[in-house]
Write a protein that binds this ligand. Structure first.
Ligand code: CP
Length: 314
């Protein structure tokens, strides 16, 4: 692949290759050294048009640990504020010869559009409701390490599915790896074209969580609700917030995940989120750095091969 724009175009073998390399980077990150030269000589620019803590920090750390020259664009202070378009901004940065562009944007499809205009590798750090591929990859790595496999698992994705790029990328990835995925949440927060994914849909948490291996909770994405129906947080927590009683119907060794940022007392009870016997939320953050290192390393190898090929042809 030239870019990482979504999970959709990835073959299961490519997903496995990213996770296998990421496992090696987990070991590196836990060592004293924490450094490799995989991206030495390359320039990475991070462009976040939407707020982020985990994704932005881990892409920056990943690039630095691999020896890249990393620049974080402060988009709020950029000429976007003076009316410059996304494409003109991208072309301007492209003229500075970056090798890797990491982009988060509030509009679905914006990162794909940008990738067509630049001649470097582009990584989608989340675009609107569309995809968040590195989140799905880090979730997959977390599951594989906790469960010892990434196939034939019963996985419940719960909450605001309709507005979630995390849910969409996870649905695609977990389906490709032959897991049984259930969606659990209120009818108003289910996507309209859910049939295309071939998943089971539940509107009751205790039915949806029965005997699952993995419970993946999602945040209510109020910023994407466009003035539509917004449930009351109290009512939502009562029916769909994960607490000990609802979790009790899952398998006794079921793990609890959340991509963050979390709203404690809305979609998840704080004691469940902090329960180190069930919650792998901090492991997800750790895997995020390793997966982003692996993704950028693999794209950089492809970039270097493509450039070497071009030089030979010239
Ligand atoms: N999971 C996730 O994308 O978190 P951030 O918005 O903090 O990057």
């Amino acid at each position: 692949q030239k870019h990482l724009l979504g999970i959709e175009p990835l073959h299961p073998a490519e997903i496995t290759a990213v996770l296998d390399l990421a496992d090696q980077y987990v070991d590196l990150n836990r060592s004293e050294v924490k450094h490799s030269d995989a991206l030495a000589g390359l320039t990475q620019i991070n462009m976040f048009f939407e707020n982020s803590t985990r994704t932005q920090a881990s892409f920056e750390l990943a690039g630095k640990r691999l020896g890249a020259d990393v620049m974080n664009m402060a988009m709020q202070a950029s000429s976007i504020k003076k009316g410059e378009t996304l494409i003109d901004t991208a072309l301007t940065l492209n003229a500075m010869h970056p090798d890797l562009l990491v982009v988060r944007h509030p509009h679905s499809g914006a990162v794909d559009l940008l990738a067509q205009k630049v001649n470097c590798a582009v990584l989608n750090a989340g675009d609107g409701r569309h995809e968040h591929p590195t989140q799905a990859l880090l979730d997959a790595l977390t599951i594989r390490r906790a469960k010892g496999r990434l196939h034939r698992l019963n996985i419940a994705i719960c909450g605001d599915i309709a507005h979630s790029r995390v849910a969409r990328s996870n649905l695609i990835l977990l389906g490709k790896m032959e897991n049984r995925v259930r969606l659990v949440g209120p009818p108003t927060l289910m996507p309209t074209q859910i049939d295309q994914f071939g998943v089971e849909v539940y509107h009751d948490m205790e039915e949806g969580l029965k005997d699952v291996d993995v419970v993946m909770m999602l945040r209510l994405q109020k910023e994407r609700m466009d003035g539509g129906f917004i449930p009351s947080e109290r009512e939502y927590y009562h029916r769909y917030g994960l607490d000990a009683e609802k979790l009790a119907v899952a398998k006794p060794d079921a793990i609890v995940m959340h991509p963050g940022p979390m709203n404690r007392g809305v979609e998840i009870d704080g004691t469940i989120a902090d329960d180190i016997n069930r919650s792998v939320i901090q492991e997800q953050v750790e895997m995020g750095v390793a997966v982003r290192m692996a993704a950028m390393d693999l794209l950089a190898r492809n970039l270097r091969s493509a450039r070497a090929g071009k030089e030979v042809m010239v």
